[in-house]
Write a protein that binds this ligand. Structure first.
Ligand code: FAD
Ligand code: NAD
Length: 463
């Protein structure tokens, strides 16, 4: 006999937890199925540990710009203390507090691997082989996230490369690390391990780093990595990896003929949705690719509209906060409220936590032009305002606005520089809220904060 719930959520990462909690808040009974740790990739092997590894290097970089503090800095960062703090931030890979949170939110936690067996039916197999059949009266939510993409480079798999799990969870700093990729994972982890003493080489296929951001952002991050001693190779691919027996020294041959030797190799080449083995074919869908959804996060092509997918698994926006945003919509839609996810199409914020940080929202200039928007851009330097000089001598940064000239609203903004992640939300409000520039003119930034750069941008725009 199947146990019946109003909602069955498969996957308890940030998206699954929030979808379940939102539905439970509306009075629905919810089963939350998880086969590893409640909290998902983000809490233990992605966002949290990577930021814990980056923060000390960032703090030191800021301190190096503070007269009177710089002179007192002696010796390298204490890597052992940083790794211990990382372990504390991931609760030593224990999810007791998350389970308590879920139970307090009235979610029924079911441990095991969930799989669809037909419309509204989920089978959960636990590690000891026990099988439990569940039935969803209203909805099933897929929130199974993503796993790293390991491309078919000859020898790469046999070399037992690090992925984000070892890349954020290693207990020792490798002497030499080679990083393949040039997206957020690659730049953040390259900088983090370099700050802890590793000799790092980063090899990126594309012409620049952070290819979805404004080009100046990737250029500044590349320069910062180089300044910190990272060997940055752009426009090259790994063509072969050699590591006999999958341990010891690894040799990576690059497409320019160069051979890089290292003690570990980190693959940071994107993600694939976890949809294989999920029983999608039992409801007429195909595994191995993202679950396509509409703006209410309903899986397309499933009769009856009872299947939803939020977070990385639908491939819309691989960011924790956007997965949670979609999850709030899912919970509301299942509870019968009107809800539609539109922000992830036009106002997605993202912060890359390198130094300089890269904080962006909405469209880049290139994307806005591609969309046929009549674009005008405004660009200013952070060092033009007193707040930046006060934060640290010699600190710099760039802010670029992308304005829809017809509607006189911001459609995108990018900031680089120290702590700019904390400045991003103002831009997110302006973009999501389509605040007219003539109204923004009356949003006065405080003196002496870095946000005064908004004033400079508005003046340059002609307000
Ligand atoms: C190194 C790194 C750093 C990152 N840093 C940031 C950051 O700073 N900010 C940010 O916004 N994003 C960041 N991201 C992206 C972020 O981690 C993801 O967008 C986020 O984790 C997606 O959440 P999710 O709930 O969709 O999936 P996940 O976090 O992947 O959770 C899915 C859960 O489902 C479970 N599961 C899967 N299949 C089944 C099944 N069949 N049965 C039961 N359970 C199952 C998994 O065990 C997991 O717990 C980072 C990613 C990486 C790799
Ligand atoms: N701070 C943050 O917000 C944060 C941090 C980390 C990750 N994330 C998110 O997690 C997701 C995964 O990040 P990611 O960096 O792994 O993926 P990504 O898609 O952002 O970047 C993948 C990189 O790998 C390169 N690449 C792909 N195939 C290659 C090949 N065969 N040879 C050489 N290079 C190759 C690409 O050029 C690209 O630079 C992204 O959506 C990212 O935004 C966010």
């Amino acid at each position: 006999m199947a146990d019946a719930f109003d909602v069955v959520v498969i996957g308890a990462g940030p998206a699954g937890e929030v979808a379940g909690a939102r539905a439970a808040e509306a009075g629905l009974s919810v089963a939350l199925v998880e086969h590893e740790l409640l909290g998902g990739e983000c809490s233990y092997w992605a966002c949290i540990p990577s930021k814990a590894l980056l923060r000390p290097g960032d703090a030191r970089w800021l301190a190096e710009h503070a007269a009177g503090v710089r002179e007192t800095l002696k010796g390298p960062i204490d890597a052992r203390a940083v790794l211990a703090q990382r372990d504390a931030m991931v609760s030593h890979y224990n999810d007791d507090s998350q389970v308590k949170w879920a139970e307090d939110a009235k979610l029924k936690v079911i441990r095991g691997t969930g799989k669809l067996t037909g419309p509204r039916k989920v089978r959960v197999e636990s590690k000891d082989g026990t099988v439990r059949e569940l039935e969803a009266r209203k909805a099933v939510v897929l929130a199974t996230g993503s796993r790293p993409r390991i491309p078919d480079v000859p020898g790469l798999r046999d070399a037992k490369p690090w992925d984000n799990r070892q890349g954020t969870g290693a207990q020792q700093v490798p002497k030499r690390l080679v990083v393949l990729g040039g997206g957020a994972v690659a730049v953040e982890l390259a900088q983090a391990w370099r700050s802890l003493g590793a000799e790092v080489t980063l090899a990126q296929r594309g012409k620049g780093l952070l290819s979805r951001a404004e080009p100046f952002a990737g250029e500044q991050v590349a320069q910062a990595l180089r300044d910190a001693g990272v060997q940055v190779r752009l426009g090259v691919e790994a063509t072969r990896v050699q590591r006999p027996g999958g341990k010891g020294e690894v040799t990576v041959t690059l497409s320019n003929g160069e051979e890089v030797r290292a003690d570990e190799i980190l693959v940071a080449m994107g993600r694939v949705p976890r949809t294989d083995g999920l029983g999608l074919e039992t409801v007429g869908l195909q595994g191995g690719k993202p679950v396509a959804v509409d703006d209410q996060l309903r899986a397309k092509g499933v009769e009856g509209g009872w299947l939803y997918a939020c977070g990385d698994v639908n491939g819309r926006n691989l960011l924790t906060h956007m997965g949670k945003y979609q999850a709030r919509m899912v919970g509301d839609v299942i509870a019968g409220k009107q809800a539609k996810a539109w922000a992830d199409a036009k106002a997605t914020p993202q912060v890359v936590f390198t130094h300089p940080q890269v904080a962006s929202v909405g469209l880049t200039e290139a994307k806005a032009r591609e969309a046929g928007i009549p674009v005008r851009t405004v660009e200013k330097h952070l060092q033009d305002v007193s707040g930046t000089s006060l934060m640290g001598k010699g600190l710099t940064g760039t802010v670029k606005w992308v304005v829809d000239e017809k509607r006189r609203v911001l459609v995108g903004a990018t900031f680089t520089g120290p702590e700019v992640g904390e400045m991003l939300h103002a831009a997110t409000i302006a973009v999501a809220g389509e605040v007219p520039l003539d109204t923004l003119w009356h949003a006065v930034p405080s003196f002496p904060t870095m946000s005064e750069v908004w004033l400079k941008l508005m003046e340059d725009y002609g307000l």
